[in-house]
Ligand binder design. Structure first.
Ligand SMILES: Nc1ncnc2c1ncn2[C@@H]1O[C@H](COS(=O)(=O)NC(=O)[C@@H](N)CS)[C@@H](O)[C@H]1O
Length: 480
């Protein structure tokens, strides 16, 4: 069954902005631009996503911490590149009451400059390494580009940041690999396929040695960066004097990495799995996995409400998040509400179903309906939720794969951006000047080269811009 996606594809931005309100995710009417209010339903979904993050952090030996949001100017200014990268968007606290502060404070845009003076105190010996902490907090970036709920906000209120310290570059590289595994596990839970690119040097995180970006392709063909991993080498350790005593008694600076994500994960889930009726939530994170809609008939001897509650009890015992909608409104209105909110599976029960001990299943992803035997209900719910999970991933993967195109020339690349956008892969000599000029010509961003780098190498091709021997495949896209 083809799911209606007319609106979803043709006017994604309007569809998305409307859905954030109508589905009860956030309220955008807060009187500070780029700062929105999390509504109960939206926050429940975000917390379900974070449950998986906490599980992964636990599994990989990261300790959760909580740092203050305010950072003294003196600490913020210690790493030159980092400052340069953020001074245009940090928010300052300059007064306490009527009195100016003797040391101005910034609201953290990310927490390197809050954490690393403490790393210098906490990390003393090789026995303290690898040192792995994380937090999920609100951070502030006074973005000048167009703000969008969950996607580009000025208070990133569900900012996940992991910060690690290591005794060598190699161990930091091992950490980056672990971060990619963590990300992959999380993306699977969200049924989100993605690509990893190594950012070009001119677009890496301020103060990083290199940055990796995880991108999804949104319905309008633009990419959204939903995760980043950075290898800092000893750049920050030298700026913050984070040293440790080696086994041979000598001292050295630690190597560091960071890994960041945010509420963009939810934006990607909403955008990529949604359709014209609203959200389609993966059962893994849906606050309500099954909604039961009783369909009473006047003067019928069968009590559909009791039947619905009995089914709900059995599902609850089986660990399914279920809700019975007993509101006194037309069933059609109930269907509309729960489809908008993306509840993966609806069960309808009328008098005939009570009489025959059956129930009608309505899948949110394919909109198909089918009748099942009451006796098999729990089993069928589990099967159907798994099938929905699988289908959401397959559908999203088809979209992603069909929107990545490898071409040889800039002309072909321009054509791709004209009709469907997505990611274009082009032979590149590896020179920064060429890369920057190709961004100009294509009016697109270079996401970087495929990662791991072995998959980025090509032979026998000419750079699409300068004609010299191409060394890598370079990815370009219109981005959020
Ligand atoms: N304005 C924003 N609104 C929503 N999410 C954002 C915004 N800016 C960045 N993010 C998300 O936050 C993630 C981490 O941000 S970052 O700048 O790339 N990396 C850092 O800040 C590093 N310190 C790792 S925590 C990004 O991958 C992106 O998914």
């Amino acid at each position: 069954m083809v799911v209606e996606r007319e609106k979803w594809q043709n006017n994604f931005s309007e569809w998305y902005n409307e859905l954030i309100e109508t589905a009860g995710i956030q309220d955008k009417r807060y009187p500070v631009k780029g700062m929105n209010i999390w509504l109960p339903y939206g926050l429940k979904i975000m917390k379900n996503i974070e449950k998986f993050i906490h599980e992964e952090m636990e599994r990989t030996g990261h300790q959760e911490v909580l740092f203050p949001a305010l950072i003294p100017e003196t600490e913020f200014k210690k790493e030159a590149e980092h400052i340069a990268g953020f001074e245009g968007e940090v928010l300052w606290v300059t007064h306490a009451g009527l009195n100016p502060l003797d040391v101005k404070l910034i609201l953290r845009p990310t927490s390197e400059t809050a954490m690393y003076p403490m790393f210098a105190l906490w990390i003393r010996s090789h026995a303290d390494l690898p040192f792995k902490i994380y937090q999920i907090v609100n951070v502030y970036r006074y973005e000048t580009k167009h703000t969008r709920p969950l996607i580009r906000v000025r208070e990133i209120s569900r900012f996940f940041e992991a910060h690690t310290a290591h005794d060598s570059f190699e161990d930091a590289e091992r950490q980056i690999k672990e971060d990619l595994e963590i990300f992959d596990n999380l993306a699977k839970k969200l049924a989100l396929p993605y690509i990893i690119s190594k950012r070009p040097d001119w677009d890496k995180f301020p103060g990083a040695y290199y940055s990796l970006g995880a991108e999804v392709i949104m319905p309008d063909g633009r990419t959204l960066q939903i995760g980043t991993m950075h290898n800092y080498k000893q750049n920050f350790a030298k700026a913050y004097n984070i040293m440790y005593e080696k086994e041979d008694g000598t001292h050295d600076y630690v190597h560091q990495t960071t890994y960041g994500m945010s509420e963009r994960l939810l934006a990607a889930v909403i955008a990529i799995h949604g359709d014209d009726r609203g959200m389609v939530l993966p059962p893994t994170i849906a606050p309500i996995q099954v909604v039961i809609v009783p369909i009473p008939k006047k003067d019928s001897p069968y009590d559909v409400f009791a039947y619905a509650r009995e089914i709900a009890e059995e599902l609850k015992l089986a660990g399914i998040r279920v809700h019975v909608d007993e509101r006194d409104i037309r069933p059609g209105r109930k269907f509309y509400d729960w489809e908008l909110k993306g509840v993966p599976l609806r069960i309808e029960v009328g008098p005939k179903d009570v009489e025959g001990q059956k129930a009608v299943f309505a899948r949110r992803d394919t909109l198909e309906k089918f009748t099942i035997e009451r006796a098999e209900l729990v089993e069928k719910v589990r099967e159907t939720l798994d099938a929905i999970m699988e289908n959401l991933y397959v559908r999203a993967k088809e979209f992603l794969d069909s929107h990545i195109k490898r071409v040889d020339t800039l002309e072909e690349a321009k054509k791709v951006f004209e009709d469907r956008r997505g990611v274009v892969e082009i032979p590149w000599c590896g020179e920064e000047s060429c890369g920057l000029e190709m961004e100009e010509i294509l009016d697109a961003k270079m996401l970087g080269i495929p990662y791991p780098e072995e998959t980025a190498k090509i032979e026998g091709k000419k750079c699409a811009h300068c004609g010299k021997e191409a060394k890598f495949i370079a990815r370009f896209a219109r981005t959020y």
